[in-house]
Design a protein around this ligand. Structure first.
Ligand SMILES: [Zn+2]
Ligand SMILES: [Zn+2]
Length: 361
């Protein structure tokens, strides 16, 4: 079978390797779809803590090819997404139930070989059955959906309140979708007007276009935000850009006694007021990975297939990975999620995917 290994900075090598054999406690999954994210771009650019060479692909779905007896009752032929995060279960964060920040955390497709291969062996307990009716290609996005849901959960959202989501990339949009499901009124802010248009389709009640050269919000935007929050400001702000100025905006705009969740990641430093955090008695919360929210992510996508499909802006075949990464790096086009169609997805056409061929987008 064929695998695509990232062997050096911006270099992918296609290699013929032996198919894995079924081992105790594991399953073989024939990979159908992989989606790429910013983390993938950083690994490919060799600008990430992971060591090269590595086979990338941590957001993926496929069909179980072989599996032994398992408590979950998953069988050969079942459609699955996979939770790529692995943790030790014995370190202090793990024992506190916070295994998403395990000291020995690892991730399939980041620190160990992932899904850019035809068949992957994965631990049985990482398999998550795909709900009937959810296309396998959309199921690959359960991982970013789980990241967005974790960020929302960290913020302790309450139905009826107003949240501000800074950044309308895939994580910000999926968080908007989930917050809206929870009965929260979401205002989205981004520097790109077309992303904000998408944010409305994901449930945002209002959107604020950010001009990076001017102060945010401007007077008119501040008045709108004030009207939506009875003059208090949003009780919950999700920072999903990783831009230092965005965290600064969050601290300035959040209501007293409010919560800020930082899910955007950047090595850059923000300038944070030493006054606002105590004066407003803010909860400044980080969010990383998720507490086993892949099944929740699958359910979110299954509830909103049209929005999930709208997130996927580009698709490439397995042979065209180089092109896919170059597109992500160029940032010249409006890129949402990039879908990689593995050979199995383009195969016989007799699989469960057939039911979705020709389904309305
Ligand atoms: Zn990712
Ligand atoms: Zn641990």
């Amino acid at each position: 079978m064929l695998t695509a290994r990232t062997v050096a900075r911006e270099t992918i090598s296609y290699e013929e390797v032996a198919e894995p054999v079924l081992e105790q406690g594991r399953a073989l999954v024939r990979i159908h779809h992989v989606t790429l994210c910013g983390t993938d771009l950083h690994i490919w650019e060799d600008d990430y803590p992971a060591e090269l060479p590595v086979v990338q692909g941590h957001e993926f779905s496929g069909v179980v090819e072989a599996i032994g007896h398992n408590a979950a009752g998953i069988r050969t032929g079942d459609r699955v997404a996979v939770s790529p995060m692995t943790y030790c279960g014995t370190c202090r964060p793990c024992l506190q139930g916070r295994f998403n920040v395990c000291r020995n955390i690892s991730c399939i497709g980041c620190y160990s070989d992932g899904a850019l291969v035809e068949v992957l062996s994965v631990p049985v307990d990482k398999l998550c059955p795909v709900p009937e009716g959810l296309a396998l290609e959309l199921a690959a996005m359960a991982e970013p959906a789980s990241i967005a849901m974790q960020a929302v959960n960290r913020g302790r959202p309450a139905a009826g309140e107003t949240a501000l989501v800074l950044g309308s990339g895939p994580i910000g949009l999926l968080a908007t979708l989930y917050l809206t499901d929870l009965g929260v009124d979401v205002v989205c802010a981004d520097t790109e007007a077309d992303r904000l248009e998408l944010a409305r389709a994901f449930g945002a009640v209002d959107t604020l276009l950010v001009d990076p050269a001017a102060c945010f919000p401007d007077a008119e935007q501040a008045a709108r935000l004030g009207r939506l929050t009875e003059g208090y400001g949003p009780g919950l702000v999700l920072e999903a850009t990783g831009a230092p100025s965005s965290l600064e905006n969050a601290i300035r705009l959040v209501a007293g006694a409010g919560r800020i969740v930082q899910v955007g990641i950047s090595a850059r430093s923000a300038t944070v007021s030493m006054k606002d955090i105590p004066f407003k008695e803010l909860d400044l919360l980080g969010s990383r990975n998720s507490l086993n929210l892949i099944p929740g992510g699958l359910a979110l996508l299954a509830r909103h297939p049209d929005q999930a499909r709208a997130l996927m802006t580009h698709r490439f075949g397995f042979a065209d990975l180089q092109q896919a990464y170059e597109l992500m790096r160029s940032r010249t086009e409006k890129v949402g999620k990039i879908l990689i169609e593995m050979p199995a997805a383009l195969g016989s056409g007799t699989g469960p995917e057939t039911a979705f061929a020709g389904a309305p987008a």
